[in-house]
Design a protein around this ligand. Structure first.
Ligand code: ADP
Ligand code: MG
Length: 581
């Protein structure tokens, strides 16, 4: 249980405020997360890490000399938004380009990739390595699909040590790839975690049993056994990890390894030491040289009772980088030279992005249509409010249970932004564009980024002049469908919202081309969407977080497809009344 909070929805923000207040000699608050408060050498590659909050010391606790230059900090267990990542990267960047690294989760990949594209378009060089250390989350043949867990630390650290040593962006990237290739983790859990304000843990493990293949977001384990002894657990962890040695590692030829035994939150140090005692014996018996063992909390999940073992296989280059000093709020090694603090007065007010009160010019027709856009966004937010628990429940079956709250945060932020833009006199396109930006910024997660793409595509088709035509609406929706598929790379049949969006767009276009009024066309398309969303129950997920727990979700429709169907159906009702008037 998490016992202390104020407003659960404010938890992540208040946590970051307190973390910064307590660690001003390392970090400063910037829009979207934290950046170093110390001066970094000009031209140094900036290592920017990030992910959802709720994993301390990942990610903000790992910012400081010898480690990250900035951390994008999303909401609890939700990827930071594209805007947050972009803002943190700009605050951290010092002329040498940006190197991004994070655990490989669908929402993080979408948002970090989008941020990288935006930064490149601004002329800032960027490279990325997503960490894929969790050997239990995909087979060796599909290594690139593996999740990132506690092995984040070794990859971040190797990349950051390279940056500190003056390597350029390409070389930092090479080192990070090498470190990722040589980092393997495996974990187990005994209980799930309970988020602030939640009544139930995100998952539970039966008394006396142990879930194998834990995730760090409260995803259920992939397999289950009786709880072994501490020694039995050490044997399981070491045995599994030694079964899959990285290329170039030969234990008969003097392999060196940094073991990281990571507690997820509720396991105590004493228990970890009892387990580590046996881990060390087993590694030594296998003829492996142990370097700088780590036993403690490096990536947590609130009060989850779980443990993972990471083995980081050194070569000469990685061993040299590993020895360099590091000093961050939560992770220290060696002694770092004294640092000077940035001149706070010289920092732009990074937190206040400035309420965008200025809007592009428009005409009466488009401003009138903007009133309908605001009403549509209102309807979306109300629909999500009504179904928030149901959407969360659907997402907890194979995902991480946050689809309801993520959609709620997104749609309400969209509504605030849409109302503000309308009040400032904006046209239909701008009102919807601001809504899209607000949604993707505040929702986090995969669906937040995708809803940003959908709304922004429709906004582009509506424009700010004249009364938008039916054909423009259909074109905008089609562009949204294409954008979602290009961005998320899911196809029809992968059990995602694409399965609902494709028939919605196709039916809407066909109806409008056949001469139907918008409200009628939308109704037929909404009905097709509902059918398609329900039909996803029969599918196995092949994309997103749910992929790892695919089998669990058969029989349950995809949450993202269901929320899309609920939204377009509610909008059909709204259009029916507005067109009649
Ligand atoms: P997260 O998966 O980051 O927790 P949400 O829970 O808000 O985000 O949204 C989950 C939904 O996102 C899924 O039900 C699915 O419809 C959709 N989704 C996940 N990955 C993709 C993808 N690659 N393309 C399209 N939709 C996706
Ligand atoms: Mg989710």
């Amino acid at each position: 249980m998490t016992r202390l909070w104020n407003e659960p929805s404010a938890f992540a923000d208040e946590m970051i405020d307190g973390f910064v207040a307590a660690n001003g000699r390392y970090v400063r608050r910037v829009q979207g997360g934290v950046a170093r408060s110390t001066v970094s050498p000009a031209g140094q590659v900036a290592v920017v890490i990030g992910g959802g909050s709720g994993h301390y010391p990942a990610f903000g606790g790992l910012v400081g000399p010898g480690l990250a230059h900035g951390a994008a900090m999303g909401n609890l267990f939700a990827s930071p938004s594209t805007q947050q990542i972009q803002a943190v990267a700009k605050a951290a960047e010092g002329g040498g380009g940006v190197f991004f690294s994070y655990g490989n989760y669908a929402g993080d990949v979408l948002n970090f990739d989008a941020a990288q594209e935006r930064l490149r378009a601004e002329g800032i060089a960027c490279e990325t390595v997503a960490v894929t250390d969790d050997i239990f989350s995909a087979s060796p043949a599909e290594k690139h699909k593996r999740r990132g867990i506690a092995g984040d630390l070794t990859v971040f650290r190797a990349a950051a040590a390279a940056a500190e040593a003056g390597y350029d962006l390409a070389e930092v990237t090479r080192v990070a790839r090498l470190a990722n290739e040589r980092t393997r983790s495996f974990g187990v859990a005994f209980t799930g975690c309970t988020l602030p304000g939640a009544e139930q843990p995100l998952f539970s493990v039966p008394e006396g049993r142990m879930a194998i293949g834990l995730g760090i977001h409260g995803e259920p384990g992939i397999d289950e056994t009786d709880i072994p002894t501490a020694d039995g657990l050490a044997e399981l962890l070491v045995e599994k990890l030694l079964e899959e040695l990285p290329d170039g590692v030969d234990t008969a030829q003097g392999a060196r390894v940094v073991p990281v035994l990571n507690g997820l939150g509720s396991l105590k140090y004493e228990e970890l030491f009892v387990v580590y005692r046996r881990v060390a014996q087993l590694l030594e018996q296998a003829g492996i040289e142990i370097v700088d063992p780590h036993v403690g909390e490096y990536c947590t999940s609130f009060d989850m009772a779980g443990v993972s073992l990471t083995l980081f296989w050194l070569d000469d280059e990685l061993a040299g980088l590993w020895e360099t000093p590091v000093d961050t709020p939560a992770y220290r090694r060696g002694s770092v030279a004294p640092q000077s603090l940035r001149d706070a007065a010289g920092d732009p007010d990074a937190l206040d992005a400035g309420a965008a009160s200025e809007v592009p010019p428009t005409d009466d027709d488009s401003h009138a249509a903007a009133a309908t856009v605001v009403a549509v966004v209102e309807t979306i937010a109300e629909t999500i409010d009504t179904h928030v628990d149901e959407l969360g429940r659907l997402d907890s079956i194979a995902g991480d249970g946050d689809h309801g709250i993520g959609m709620q945060r997104g749609s309400h932020a969209a509504l605030d932004a849409a109302r503000a833009a309308y009040a400032a006199g904006a046209g239909a396109g701008t009102v919807l564009e601001r809504a899209a930006d607000g949604w993707s910024d505040k929702a986090g997660g995969t669906s937040g980024a995708l809803w940003g793409v959908i709304l922004s595509s429709v906004a582009g088709a509506l424009g700010d002049t004249g009364r938008p035509s039916r054909a423009a609406v259909a074109t905008g929706v089609a562009a949204g469908r294409a954008g979602v598929m290009a961005y998320g790379k899911a196809e029809v049949g992968d059990k995602t919202l694409v399965d609902a969006l494709v028939p919605f767009s196709a039916t809407l276009t066909a109806q409008i081309e056949g001469g139907a009024r918008l409200a009628d066309a939308w109704r037929v398309a909404a009905d097709a969407t509902t059918q398609a969303a329900l039909a996803t129950a029969d599918l196995l997920p092949r994309m997103g977080r749910a992929r790892t727990h695919g089998q669990n979700s058969v029989g349950t429709p995809d949450p993202g497809a269901v929320s899309l169907a609920l939204i377009v159906t509610a909008v059909a009702d709204l259009l029916a009344t507005t067109e009649r008037n």
